[in-house]
Every structure is written in C-alpha cells, then in structure tokens.
Ligand binder design. Structure first.
Ligand code: GLN
Length: 454
C-alpha cells in the first residue's frame, strides 16, 4: 500500500474486487496513524474500533472528519477549551451518509478554534504540521483535515469552508479542496461559525475523488432547510469548449513564481482551444472587509450559546468566566467585533454596508457567469508561509467570493515553487454547476500531469 498516493477510487475498487478486505485496510491505516501522527498531529480523536465488513460504494475507505462536525458518541471540540469534554449525542448528516456507504471513519481532525483562521496556527489544543514539509504552515482552518490526507493517514477528509477553510489547507498541503454550492450538502451537525457562509467541503488527492464523494454527500436533507438537490451527475465537457475568465489584475501582487504557475494554466487552457475573457471578481478590499463584518456578526450570535449552562464550559465557572477563560483570543476578538457591528449605532455603517456589498458581489458573480463557465485565479498569491511570515499574508483574497455568493469553487495543485512547496490554482463556477466544475478540474489535473507540471 502506497499511503502517499492512494486515492478513494483505488481503495473502493480494491475492496469491491476483493483484492483486500476492509478489515485489512482499517488495520493498515490505524497502524499508519499510530506511526505517523505523532509527527503531524492531525487528529484530536482517533476512532479505532472493530467495524466488521461494511458494504457500499465507500466500503472500507478511510475518511477523517473535522472536529466541528458531530459524530455520535465521540468528542467534538472545535479545537476549543470551551468544548473540551463535549460528546456529541448525534451524527451529522455527512457522517450518516458516509457510514451508510460503508466508509471507515478514522477520527476527528484538528482545526483553528471554531474554524476561525486561515493558517492552521490557531487551535487551542495543539499545532498541526504540514506533511509536505513540517517547517511550513498546514493552512486552515481545516488544518488536520488536510494533514490527515497529505500524511497518508486517510484518503479523504471532510472539512468546512466559510471563507476558504477547505481550499487553503488543501492547497498548502498539495491536495484538492472542494467547496460545493451552498446548500448542496446538508449542514446538519456542523457546528455553526457563520451560517450563511458555512459549507461542508471535501479534501482529496484529486478532483475525481471529490466527485465520487460529492455523489455520496450531495442531496436535500429535511434537517437543513437551506439544503436542496444539486445535480452531481456526469458532465461531459471538453477543455477546448470552455470559456473562462482570467485577469492579470489578479496577479498584480502575486509572487513571481505563483504568477508563472497561474499563467501556465491559462496558456495550457488556451492551447487546448478554450476561450478567455479578461474579467475578475477578486481583489476588492471592500469585499474582504464585508466578509469580516458579516462573518463576525453571525459568529457572535452563533457562539452566544456557549455560556457553560446550555453548552460548553467547565464546572465551577460562571457565565462570564466561562467565556473569558475558555474562548481563545481570536474567538473573543471576533465576538467583540461582531457585537460592535451589530450595535444599534453602528448597524447602518457596518452591518448594512457589508450586506449591501455582499449583494453587489452576488449580482456581479451572476452576471459574470452568464458569459463564462469558470473563473481561473490563484488560490493564494503568495507561497506557503512558514511560521514566522504568516501574519502579513492576505489568505482569503481569492476565496471569500465563493462563500459570499454560494458558488462552488475548487483548488487544485498546478505546480511547485523553488522550495518544492505546492502552488494551487482556483476554479470557480456558477451556483449549481458543481458537476461541470468538477469535470473541468478533473480534465485540467490530467492535462497538468501530462505536461509534467505536477
Ligand atoms: N479564514 C477565514 C476566517 O477566518 C475563513 C475561515 C473558514 O473558512 N472557516 O474567517
């Protein structure tokens, strides 16, 4: 078993063709976790137990779950002291779906506390390392999700993406990160950060695996009223037939190496016969600020339930001390900022202005997708940061638009920089066009492989 390259598709096939039993896969992966995770620290909880011989499309496929997603009878901490002893009494929708297809759930992965962060350096419990090179940040907030796959300690991971949290760590760890259309996957059992932006996302080695998992996870669920049926059937589209948006403006602040990788992607698509229009959605500072206002406002109200009485806490603390002592600094900063923008005297100036900006982005996005199939951009315009240089990076510049407008977006590895760290490209499509986006991403990955770019 080559843990470093194994995919969902390969394990599912091997098990269904009886080349290996799911019990054997399970044994190998838990052994691997025992051996490797002390170096990378991707798991908060490892769920090793005898599971018999499951059946289904994902029989025996090892998949990890971010620790802000509930799983019956296991700890769900959100990597916060606030929920340190919390055992979930029920399964999230995604856990039910995976289990019903026979997946092997390996455990619960680390994250930036309450999914607030871009670099994976903000867990209240411990630091996850990037398996590509431990001197670099793993990316966040789904840091453990990406590290668990990149370290070969499962073949896919379920995370959440509110403003980039699945795409960024996937990109930093050389993987594929897929954020579907808002509502395509039920959020039932996902602990809320900013509900109107929160999306369950998938980390895999490639877009083919992301498609396979989407076909299991997509679909309306009565327990999440924002969920609906998004088509995830086959979509045959040749790269030569697509029309994409691309703008040099997105590369103005980019490091040279990043710009080179992204331009090569553009050139490959043009050579394949695709057509290109010079347009972009990104880089508007107003829109980044609006994200912050809206995400914090929603977080303030979602996190109000952690008072040590209804949820969270530790015995012997009153409400104020519970919140003062058990929330981390970044979480408290965001709650404070959320309260500030929601205060009556600030509401128009901050909250209303941000909501208007979001509406503008939604309209602009819809207009753009009347003309193109996909927008191609960097996922980040800087190379994977080390522990010392993260704070100066604007990680969410290219990612939040997809959450604002609810569009599907995916990051795939498109090259390597001089330090051999991965460089990723982002593809974004119109709402509901997930099948088309995945098909384009899959073909682009194959083309990049053929050209020796990755
Ligand atoms: N980096 C963004 C934030 O901290 C997005 C996080 C996320 O997608 N959960 O808000």
């Amino acid at each position: 078993m080559n843990f470093d390259t194994m995919t969902v598709g390969q394990i599912a096939r091997m098990v269904s063709e009886k080349k290996i039993s799911s019990g054997e896969v399970s044994k190998m992966y838990f052994e691997r976790i025992r051996k490797e995770d002390k170096n990378f620290r991707s798991y908060i909880t490892v769920c090793e137990e005898e599971k018999g011989e499951p059946s289904g499309r994902l029989a025996g496929v090892p998949i990890s779950i971010k620790d802000n997603i509930c799983m019956k009878g296991t700890l769900t901490t959100c990597a916060s002291r606030m929920l340190e002893g919390y055992v979930s009494p029920y399964n999230a929708h995604v856990v039910d779906r995976l289990s019903s297809e026979g997946a092997l759930i390996t455990g619960k992965t680390n994250l930036d506390e309450f999914a607030m962060g871009s670099f994976g350096d903000n867990s209240a419990l411990f630091q996850t390392k990037n398996p590509v090179n431990v001197n670099y940040l793993p990316g966040g907030s789904s840091s453990g999700a990406a590290a668990s796959v990149a370290g070969g300690m499962c073949v896919a991971a379920i995370g959440s993406d509110t403003g980039g949290s699945v795409r960024i760590p996937a990109a930093f760890c050389g993987l594929c990160g897929f954020k579907p259309t808002y509502g395509a996957i039920s959020r039932f059992g996902l602990i809320a950060y900013a509900s109107s932006l929160d999306t369950i996302g998938i980390v895999t080695r490639n877009a083919t695996d992301a498609k396979l998992l989407s076909s299991v996870l997509f679909g309306k669920d009565e327990r999440d009223m924002t969920s609906y049926d998004v088509n995830i059937g086959e979509c045959e589209i040749a790269l030569g037939d697509i029309r994409f948006a691309f703008s040099d403006k997105d590369l103005e602040d980019a490091e040279t190496e990043i710009a080179e990788v992204i331009c090569r992607v553009r050139d490959l698509l043009l050579r394949a016969g695709a057509s290109c229009v010079d347009k972009t959605l990104f880089g508007n500072a107003k829109s980044d600020n609006a994200y912050r206002v809206l995400a914090c406002a929603e977080a303030t109200s979602n996190l109000a339930r952690y008072d040590g009485i209804r949820y969270g806490g530790k015995s012997g603390l009153d409400v104020l001390r519970t919140r003062e002592e058990l929330f981390g600094e970044e979480v408290k900063r965001r709650i404070e900022y959320g309260n500030f923008v929601l205060a009556k005297e600030n509401f128009e100036k901050y909250f209303k202005a941000a909501a208007d900006e979001r509406t503008r982005v939604i309209k602009e996005t819809e207009m753009l997708f009347e003309d193109v199939d996909v927008i191609i951009s960097p996922l980040c315009d800087f190379s994977v940061p080390t522990y010392s240089n993260a704070s100066s990076c604007r990680a969410d510049r290219f990612t939040v638009a997809a959450n604002f407008a609810g569009n599907p977006a995916i990051s795939i590895t498109a090259g390597r920089d001089k330090n051999n760290m991965p460089v990723s490209v982002q593809l974004m499509s119109a709402r509901g066009c997930d099948a088309k986006l995945l098909s384009i991403a899959e073909k682009l990955e194959q083309l990049l492989l053929k050209e020796g770019a990755v």
